[in-house]
Design a protein around this ligand. Structure first.
Ligand code: HEB
Ligand code: CA
Length: 353
């Protein structure tokens, strides 16, 4: 295959960029605006995390089953979470999305881009801000959404693996391996509303880094709740300050998904490749990709993994192989080093970061 020829020069402010398609140039203005005014100077903090989550909540809310019954099944990655915020932010599974929805709307409006494109763009930029993330794709040209997605299409943390698998298959023919890969997003994530009196609780010990620690830490024996605990959708976590979703815990232990889950431990190349693929497919749900323009070259180079001297995957201090609840029958859990020192508490992700 031949690479598309670079055909356009964009001049945005004082910066000159070369891209494949001239129609992509306007996205550099959006990029500069959101890096400064939404993502706090290109950070992988709470607003980046929530923007990645919003891609999922926008996209997954479509159903082939409803369509086959002659009912509107949702438009997928169409921006309905923004355009029909009054409806969709009220859906129980969208709890905690209202802040980022209302933060994003003015940017889409001010730059005159469709809400579907904006949700996908913000998600891709947010991902690229997270050190260690794969290079995200971004395709532009989604038409405006026509109506709010129906309720009850976004998975909940108290769902069974059967429910999750059925839902993602109905939304876009996603498989068990896809479910596991999608959940890599929870490595740059925290819960504000599960323990609603205790916000910012990370799902792994490195919520500012796109790594495989989620896949290590969710596999460890759970011993405590980060706060009052035992809320709907929550199970015990291995270390202080961390929150474990019941849904993540089940996917890590189900025979259909456990080996995929374990496959990301110590394997950054697979983590990046599988997540980039599934994230791209999420941003295209319900869209005809052949009508979209590839503006991936507007997305900044994804930040490199931090040079901490730690191996890619490790046991947190105080943990080791004895704490692993091995669930993959085919392959032993990879042997990892344990970080030195006493057990650490995982600090919360600050709001407005
Ligand atoms: Fe997710 C978060 C669930 C998938 C991304 N999550 C979250 C939470 C929950 C969930 C519950 C918490 C919220 C609050 O705030 O509280 N998920 C879930 C489920 C599922 C999921 C059940 C299915 C299975 N996610 C997912 C995906 C994605 C995501 C696929 C992408 C791609 N999430 C996310 C993020 C976060 C979350 C990023 C974080 C946010 C913040 O931090 O804020
Ligand atoms: Ca992480």
């Amino acid at each position: 295959a031949t690479l598309p020829e670079k055909r356009a020069m964009c001049l945005n402010g004082l910066q000159l960029h070369e891209v494949a398609h001239a129609s992509c140039c306007k996205w550099f203005d959006v990029l500069n605006d959101i890096q400064t005014n939404l993502f706090h100077g290109g950070k992988c903090g709470a607003d980046a995390h929530e923007s990645i989550r919003l891609v999922f909540h926008d996209a997954i809310a479509r159903s082939s089953l409803l369509e086959s019954l002659g009912v509107f099944g949702g438009g997928g990655a169409d921006g309905s979470v923004l355009t029909f915020a009054a409806n969709e932010t009220m859906y129980p599974a969208n709890l905690g999305t209202a802040d980022i929805v209302h933060a994003q709307i003015p940017f889409a409006t001010n730059h005159g881009v469709s809400t579907g494109d904006f949700v996908a763009f913000a998600g891709a930029v947010a991902l690229a801000n997270c050190p260690g993330a794969p290079q995200p794709a971004f395709l532009a040209g989604r038409p405006p959404p026509t109506q709010a997605a129906p309720d009850n299409l976004v998975p909940e943390p108290f769902h069974t693996v059967d429910q999750m698998l059925e839902r993602i298959a109905d939304a876009g023919n996603f498989t068990a391996a896809d479910l596991t890969a999608m959940l890599a997003a929870h490595t740059v994530a925290a819960a504000d509303d599960v323990e609603d009196d205790n916000p910012g609780l990370p799902f792994d010990s490195s919520p500012g880094v796109f790594d495989a620690q989620l896949f290590v830490e969710v596999q460890l024996h759970g011993v405590q709740f980060p706060g009052p605990g035992n809320r709907v959708g929550e199970v015990m976590a291995p270390m202080p300050g961390e929150l474990r979703l019941q849904s993540d815990s089940l996917v890590a232990r189900d025979p259909r998904t456990a080996c995929d889950w374990q496959s990301f431990v110590g394997n950054q190349a697979k983590l990046r490749a599988d997540f980039a693929d599934v994230f791209r497919r999420l941003t295209l749900l319900g869209q005809d990709a052949s009508t979209l323009v590839d503006c991936s070259d507007v997305i900044p180079r994804a930040k490199a993994s931090p040079n901490t001297g730690k191996p890619f995957s490790y046991f947190p201090a105080g943990k080791g192989m004895a704490d692993v609840e091995q669930a993959c029958a085919a392959t032993p859990f990879p042997s990892l080093v344990t970080l030195p020192g006493p057990e650490q508490s995982v600090p919360p992700v600050p709001l407005n970061s």
